[in-house]
Design a protein around this ligand. Structure first.
Ligand code: ZN
Length: 270
């Protein structure tokens, strides 16, 4: 596990991932995510070049192996590659905070008959410390109401789970547009609107009644509404900082939110 974390340091991108293959207690190949090639693939290809049989190997990877996100992906995803190589055991450092991958890599491996274990917490923390901006980029909260702070360098996505008992969620985005205001940004099927002149959640009667789009400017003290097929999430920014005073590339958004369910969860899906 420590060798895999060390391999993270050689990566060139923002998201650092390291992987090592171990056979009979010995490290036989090391991979670092580089130039778009994932660490797991790089370790597996290095082992292949040496003609090694991986049917008794364990793969230690600092990030959950990926699954196909885009249709028509050029390369086989790492989870499928691991299964097709017949690697019997994978030890995962950190589950991918990207909701498009989170736990899907684990599931794909489990369904492929791979034995799975996790890194211990102290080593997971070491991984997060190396990838701190990546981990901040996808943060999340649990409804039906709450508050959050996002401190980030890029457009930030925030995932709000409807409630502790309802694991459906909506993803909302923030991009900054200056001091004291931000653009709420939404990706289909979610849309966003400003509840113009409202200054608290109680003033919003039917949250689906507004003019929705993919982006809406929401200033501190105003109320914005994200609407999706199953719920609305009302947001109220309390503090927004960006620009030269805060650090030209850094953005900070502190906001309250409340979830209003449109479509109750169907119990037959449970
Ligand atoms: Zn991958």
């Amino acid at each position: 596990m420590e060798e895999a974390i060390k391999a993270m340091e050689k990566c060139d991108g923002k998201v650092k991932v390291g992987a090592v293959l171990v056979v009979d207690g010995e490290v036989v190949a090391v991979g670092s995510k580089m130039g778009g090639t994932h660490a797991e693939r790089s370790a597996i290809e290095a082992a292949r070049e040496r003609g090694l049989n991986l049917k008794r190997a364990a793969l230690y990877t600092t990030l959950e192996p990926c699954v196909d996100i885009n249709t028509g992906q050029r390369r086989q995803c790492c989870a499928d590659l691991i299964v097709s190589e017949g690697i019997p055991e994978v030890i995962i450092g950190r589950y991918d905070p990207n909701p498009n991958v989170y736990r899907k890599g684990w599931k794909r491996l489990r369904d492929g008959g791979v034995r799975l274990r996790d890194f211990p917490m102290d080593l997971r923390n070491s991984i997060d410390a190396i990838n701190d901006k990546f981990m901040d980029f996808f943060s999340s909260g649990i409804g039906p109401s709450g508050g959050a702070k996002i401190d980030h360098k890029e457009p930030a996505k925030f995932r709000i789970q409807f409630s502790a008992d309802d694991n459906r969620y909506m993803e909302i985005g923030w991009t900054l547009c200056g001091i004291n205001a931000a653009y709420g940004s939404a990706v289909d099927p979610v849309k966003v609107a400003l509840a113009r002149f409202a200054s608290n959640f109680d003033e919003v009667d039917d949250p689906t009644a507004y003019e929705f789009g993919h982006s809406a400017r929401i200033a501190v003290g105003e109320v914005g509404v994200f609407v999706g097929p199953e719920a609305c999430v009302l947001v109220k920014p309390k503090e927004i900082q960006s620009g030269p005073d805060y650090g030209a590339e850094n953005h900070f958004v502190k906001f309250d939110y409340v979830v209003r369910i449109i479509k109750p969860r169907s119990h037959s899906l449970k």
